[in-house]
Design a protein around this ligand. Structure first.
Ligand SMILES: *Cc1c(COP(=O)(O)O)cnc(C)c1O
Length: 412
């Protein structure tokens, strides 16, 4: 059908984006982006291949990301969403027939298993209920028993393990500080998705034994979506070097980064220069705040938002101690479920505040608030809680307490 451009002349497709200023994205990614970070994106575009200053910026931003993750391993920034990092790690490390252990108590943990199968792995799942964190002692027993049963067999039993730090769709935090050392003791290479935890939650990549750590720009770093970053240990590079078959393809191929960027200072493809300006600014902001303060701020806001959620009469999805300081997920009561999408829409249209539903098995059953990065500020938390309380009142939901008062009391 021919488009009638005449008819559309009054329509400005960017108008909605202009009107976002003053509204609040209280979602677990994208999060609010600070004005300084947005301004960095408007700087003139560099020629990333010919301008050595751009290469310096890239290198420096990688170094600072390593500082955030507490790793001395190589760090790369890839032009693509967080998911690109997950798939690139699996595509580069997994060969057909490899035995891969996927720790899974949520959507991303199981997604890793799908990726690994796509790349030819023989996957074993180590699972827990989606409302419970994975248990390190149980993992230790699982691996020891498997090894004993396979006596005479190949050690290590698994060539690779994947795990998720914060399961964003359910707000659950896994104890990667205890899980990683168990996997390392059993000689297993590890890939950790810390996309929604980095910068909000402690992460000691080297001390805990993470071979590959994955992050994204749009979560707790509060930069715009568009970049994945990852750290790669010498053991992980060695695994790629010694593959029986070369990594197929180009874009997911981390070995090319090893040979071209790390080896010769040449980017395998044109980096997203403007996104990297913004990421650099965002990382600077994160590092400018001492860790204890940054993590403390996330814990405080999380505690206060959860106090408000309980005062509103809701049940947290994972219990409080299992919840991540970066995101809160709670059950939508049965009577509100038929209207859950409509209520979120109303919160956005009438109160200018966006909260998230969920994905996969908890779609329609869970609501989520993303209080990471720039969102983890007392005023933003209060704005969200106030808007939610007003919405619930309008919806005729009887609240047992006063969410705003509970929020303030918990903030202290
Ligand atoms: C956001 C996120 C990703 C990346 O997903 P995108 O859709 O690419 O943003 C990966 N893992 C986790 C745990 C995440 O929260």
């Amino acid at each position: 059908m021919a488009r009638d451009f005449e008819h559309d002349s009054g329509y400005d497709p960017l108008e909605f984006a202009r009107s976002l200023a003053g509204k609040l994205l209280f979602t677990p990614g994208p999060t609010e982006v600070a004005e300084e970070v947005r301004r960095a994106m408007a700087l003139p575009v560099a020629n990333s291949d010919l301008d050595p200053e751009f290469a310096r910026l890239y290198r420096e931003t990688c170094r600072q990301l390593g500082e955030l993750m507490h790793t001395r391993n190589d760090v790369l920034i890839l032009a693509g969403e967080g998911l690109l990092g997950l798939e690139a790690a699996v595509a580069s490390l997994v060969e057909p027939g490899d035995r891969v252990l996927c720790l899974a108590n949520g959507l991303y943990g199981r997604g890793f298993a799908d990726f690994a199968r796509d790349w030819g792995a023989e996957v074993t799942l180590f699972e827990a209920d989606d409302r419970e964190p994975l248990d390190a002692a149980r993992l230790e027993r699982f691996l020891s028993e498997r090894e004993a049963a396979g006596s005479g067999g190949e050690i290590p039993l698994f060539r690779l393990a994947t795990l998720v730090h914060c399961e964003t769709p359910t707000g659950l935090l896994n104890p990667v500080d205890r899980l990683l050392p168990v996997l390392k003791r059993h000689g297993i290479l590890t890939v950790v998705d810390s996309v929604s935890a980095i910068a909000a939650v402690p992460l000691e990549a080297d001390a805990w034994g993470a071979d590959v750590v994955l992050g994204g720009s749009q979560k707790a770093l509060s930069a715009p979506p568009g970049l994945a970053f990852l750290s790669v240990s010498p053991a992980a590079w060695e695994r790629m070097r010694r593959r029986r078959h070369p990594i197929p393809g180009v874009y997911l191929n981390l070995w090319r980064w090893h040979e071209e960027w790390l080896g010769q200072g040449i980017f395998p493809y044109t980096p997203s220069t403007s996104d990297i300006y913004a990421l650099h600014e965002a990382v600077q902001r994160a590092l400018a705040e001492p860790e204890a303060e940054r993590f403390g701020r996330h814990e405080r806001i999380a505690r206060a938002v959860r106090a408000a959620i309980r005062a509103a009469g809701f049940e947290l999805y994972p219990r409080e101690e299992a919840s991540s300081p970066s995101v809160t997920a709670w059950l939508v009561p049965e009577v509100l479920r038929p209207r859950e999408a409509e209520l979120r829409e109303r919160l956005w249209r009438q109160h200018g505040v966006m909260m998230a539903g969920s994905w996969g098995p908890t779609a329609g059953l869970v609501w989520r608030a993303g209080h990471m990065g720039e969102n983890a500020r007392p005023d933003k938390g209060e704005r969200f809680v106030r808007a939610l309380a007003e919405l619930l009142q309008e919806a005729g939901w009887a609240m047992p307490g006063d969410p705003v008062a509970a929020y303030r009391a918990a903030l202290g």
